[in-house]
Design a protein around this ligand. Structure first.
Ligand code: ZN
Length: 274
């Protein structure tokens, strides 16, 4: 599943291609992907309007329209969102197509069909997407050691599980929770209420640092992004522990181990992470 660095990458690739573009027509072929308002209303609302910018909150991509409405996309497991020339062959499972005024289309493709598109009207309360329940962004100054300790410091849950909780910090998933805990030197299995002040400090520092690092490493040209159909945007050679089970730790040489915590895989170095 794409996490913050991947979703930010999608946003950064799409923003220059969509900003200033007028939507000439819109087609939602699987109405179920639009939980709000509904597929027909969404199409009707965006046609004739121009994209003025894009944003991101957690793993949600926001496309801001000139009437103040916001089209929100969550890619979930397998969603793909990309701009393609009209002549570019269409993929199977293309569920939504937005025709732009430059002979291109914004396409939403999703094999597993879990991805969603919402439209929040200007001034409308967003009770639909879940964005309102998100914790702070990792680079928000409010996301600091004191905040983390106050929010999850009394939970006996594994710290990895707390990092996956989108209401604690927005945007972290299975891969980057492992990477963050490796850099912070904390075992993913540690109960949150056992962390020391020094560990909260290291964790609060590692969260924005790792996500920013991987966002930068993911940087991709619009051409390469289209070539990969909006899927090939994760820079795996820089992962220290995730998917590295049985490989030597890059810091100490001990073999990276894998375990399962609350149903999610966790990768860690038994020596570097206490
Ligand atoms: Zn190590």
């Amino acid at each position: 599943m794409p996490e913050l660095p991947e979703v930010e990458t999608v946003k950064r690739v799409l923003e220059p291609q969509l900003s200033g573009r007028k939507i000439l027509s819109a087609e939602i072929r699987r109405p179920q992907i639009v939980p709000h308002p509904d597929a027909a209303s969404l199409c009707e609302s965006v046609i004739g309007h121009t994209v003025v910018g894009m944003g991101r909150r957690g793993k949600f991509i926001e496309t801001i329209m000139d009437d103040g409405s916001v089209m929100v996309v969550h890619l979930r497991m397998t969603g793909q969102l990309y701009v393609a020339p009209l002549t570019f062959p269409e993929e199977k499972h293309t569920h939504a197509v937005f025709r732009l005024d430059d002979e291109k289309e914004l396409r939403f493709v999703d094999q597993r069909r879990f991805g969603r598109i919402w439209l929040i009207a200007h001034g409308e309360e967003d009770d639909f997407t879940g964005i309102g329940d998100l914790g702070p962004e990792p680079n928000d100054p409010a996301m600091n050691a004191e905040y983390l300790k106050a929010t999850v410091g009394r939970r006996s849950t594994a710290i990895k599980t707390c990092l996956l909780d989108q209401s604690v910090v927005a945007g972290i998933g299975n891969i980057y929770s492992d990477e963050i805990l490796f850099v912070a030197g904390i075992s993913p299995e540690r109960p949150s209420d056992s962390l020391s002040t020094g560990e909260w400090n290291r964790l609060a520092k590692a969260i924005p640092e790792r996500l920013e690092f991987f966002t930068e490493k993911n940087a991709i040209t619009a051409e390469d992004y289209l070539e990969g159909r909006g899927t090939d945007y994760r820079n795996t050679p820089f992962l220290n522990v995730y998917g590295c089970e049985g490989e030597p730790c890059r810091k100490c040489g001990r073999l990276i181990e894998r375990t399962v915590i609350n149903g999610r895989s966790a990768h860690f170095c038994p020596k570097c992470q206490k």
